[in-house]
Design a protein around this ligand. Structure first.
Ligand code: NDP
Length: 297
């Protein structure tokens, strides 16, 4: 379907990038009665959406011309430049909402790049898997110009709930990467624990209750220490880092005794020992945040 130039409404949206996430997003907009234009490098991925009522744009400029709002669901920002750089002439007046993952610095650079092409730019960090799109209970971090977010909030809330973090376009990416930092280290910790269990003939199923209990205690643990960390205080009244070193070494030795990969517990012991070397031995293990901060300072 060819759009008449200028014939756009708030219920028009273009979705660029049709991986599992982009397809779920375009489907959610269609379900809510939006006029959806899609574009993908591999056009065949649009087949089901077209059958459901989406318009397949032949080119990226066509996709940009069809709607004021373009939702980008691409692997990373490199893919965004690959897709949009040749279509720069179609960007003035457009609102780009980039829901692909990348770093905060890269998000800031992308916002500057978009502004240089006359487009306005929001960063998003989606905290849902494709089946969660359009369903209650999931949220996306957004950041960038408040007026742009407010103007398109209703449309964006078709996808997930929204959590606006501020004007800095890097903030949504930052909150997203903080979540992924926690997620991947937790997943890896769990998988290492399962490898340790397996070496002793213990199955993942047997570990599930105790592993769940450890993680269920984390919100209280974090809530107790958060105020102290923000105040820069690490008293050793509850735990001391020297105790933490001994504990981390027990984990390392348990792994080595079992012949299990020791890279992860060795890295943990290394960080704990650096904390002691930096003079935090009598403080709480949470003082390691100072060691971690200094690594990149
Ligand atoms: P995929 O990597 O599977 O697909 C992304 C899209 O990017 C595809 O349409 C692909 O095109 C396109 N693409 C990649 N590189 C290029 C390029 N150089 N030029 C043109 N197009 C390109 O990702 P998902 O759909 O799973 O996710 C999209 C984004 O959402 C990612 O940033 C991901 O981190 C984020 N996300 C994903 C979640 C998930 O569970 N899937 C959860 C939360 C966030 P083609 O089809 O032609 O290959």
């Amino acid at each position: 379907m060819t759009r008449v130039k200028g014939d756009m409404s708030k219920r028009d949206v273009s979705v660029i990038g049709l991986g599992p996430m982009g397809r779920a997003m375009a489907g959610a907009f269609l379900d809510k009665g939006y006029r959806v234009t899609v574009w993908n490098r591999t056009p065949g991925r649009a087949d089901e959406l077209v059958a459901a009522g989406a318009d397949l744009a032949a080119t990226v400029p066509d996709a940009l011309a069809a709607s004021e709002l373009a939702v980008l669901s691409l692997t990373d920002h490199r893919a965004m430049y690959d897709v949009l750089e040749p279509a720069g002439h179609a960007l003035p007046g457009r609102v780009l909402v980039n829901l692909g993952s990348d770093t905060p610095d890269s998000a800031r650079a992308a916002a500057r790049w978009a502004a240089g092409h006359g487009a306005r730019y929001l960063t998003g960090g989606v905290q849902a898997s494709p089946p969660g799109i359009g369903q209650p209970g999931s949220t996306t971090f957004y950041s960038g110009p408040r007026d742009v977010f407010d103007a398109h909030r209703e449309t964006l809330e078709v996808l997930t709930g929204t959590d606006y973090r501020g004007e800095d376009p890097g903030l949504a990416a930052l909150y997203y990467q903080i979540g992924m930092d926690l997620f991947w280290t937790t997943v890896l910790g769990w998988l290492h624990a399962l490898a340790l269990a397996d070496a002793h003939g213990v199955r993942a199923e047997d570990v599930l209750p105790s592993a769940s209990s450890v993680l269920a205690g984390m919100p209280d643990f974090m809530a107790f220490y958060t105020g102290r960390i923000d105040a820069g205080e690490y008293p050793g009244d509850i735990d001391r880092l020297t105790m933490g070193v001994a504990s981390a070494e027990h984990v390392l030795r348990t792994a080595r005794d079992a012949g299990v990969d020791d890279a992860l517990p060795a890295a943990v012991v290394d960080i704990f020992r650096r904390g002691v070397a930096a003079g935090h031995g009598d403080e709480s293990a949470t003082s390691l945040v100072e060691v971690l901060k200094r690594t990149t300072a």
